[in-house]
Design a binder for this molecule. Sequence first.
Ligand code: AMP
Length: 453
Amino acid sequence: MSFEQFHLDPAILSGIEAVGYTTPTPIQQQAIPAVMEGRDLLGLAQTGTGKTAAFVLPILHRLNRQERSRQVRALIVVPTRELAEQIHQATIVLGRNTKVGSIAIYGGVSKLPQLQALRRRPEIMVACPGRLLDHVGDGTIDLSGIEVLVLDEADTMCDMGFLPDVRRILSHLPAKRQTLLFSATMPEDIRKLAVNILKNHITVQVDPIAPAKTVSHALYPVTDLLKKDLLLALLDQTPTGRTLVFTRTKHRTKRLALDLANHKYRVSSLQGNLSQNRRQQAMDGFRDGKFDILVATDIAAHGIDVPEISHVINFDMPDTADAYTHRIGRTGRALQTGEAFTLAVPSDEPMVREVEKVLKAKIERRRLPGFDYGDFNPETQFRQVRPIQPQRNGRQFGGNSGSNFGSNPGSHRPGAGQGTRRAGPAARKSSGMPSIAGGTRPDFGRRQSGRRG
Ligand code: AMP
């Protein structure tokens, strides 16, 4: 299967070739023809499945074939500034041989450059709700010419309380338009939103709930007091590439980043109290390999595409299983594999169960070899009594007594090429627990050069 089958404009095919995509991903295979037909669509696709191109390509195709307009014609609404910037960049790269212009609109930065860019009459706008509504209120953005609306990461928008803003935005749009709604998960809010704003839509679904199958998961039971030391020891022992560490609060993010920096790690932090400039610097530095570790709040969990993140470490357990999915979606993207480590304290037990329900498998429990746990016994935590379910390959999912404790940190080094600061020790011992990763990579190819979109 190739991109030619979609009969995309040659200018767009050449953009696809330039970024090096050779085979459409499953979400692209399903969504692109429907979007090109003008259908409304609900795309249930996890992060890292190529959903950006699934809507950007048909939009570019549609706009490039028509006369240039002086109005914005495609609006992509997203929850975070980083995601807005990222989709804007993907649009520029994929549309490099078209005459279609794009603009990113988000808060935390001066309006002036946005006003200047608006004068160039971009036809695609990627925007966060708050700043978009500011501009609409100021009369500097007119949404009456919108032909296509995309709500990306719509589940996050509901989570983050953007729904009233989204409704206000909708009230400024023409009723006759194409609407595309993308979400990694399907909570009740999304179902309602979908019913209200989509007309005669089709639903395409690509593994919407479970995190990428290319990621393997491990749980490190620990106490609050020992957490930081365990993280340091874990980083010390594990051959990590680019590593994203999630904490629960802005304050913990800041403090942990400082602690890691004091231990000579090349680390940066990303949290909502930083200015947009500092946020951008943190993301760019992480992406470019200036930093090996990014410590972040959940702000970084949504839609951020940094290639070659080898490890996601939940320093703090996320609040919901969906949040776990989003965080873990930062690794194992496209063609790579990744590892997800979660440091879990005893009170995290209910959430561990929730996450395991979503994964449909027990997460391997591990004790970090050589680490002084004092009186704490990781083996007695998060035990699970569950019948052993046979797997097709003859191995088993789920232990029956918590006895399937692995004792080594991950030894396989996933696709991370750059930024490795140290190599870890011995190979992983067999833990009796199948890796959730299982090597089922998405069946699509990409040339090595110019990989980022
Ligand atoms: P997304 O889910 O849109 O954030 O995309 C995840 C990653 O997959 C990005 O790095 C994209 O550049 C990449 N990607 C998107 N489509 C393809 C494709 N057809 N082949 C290879 N990589 C792709």
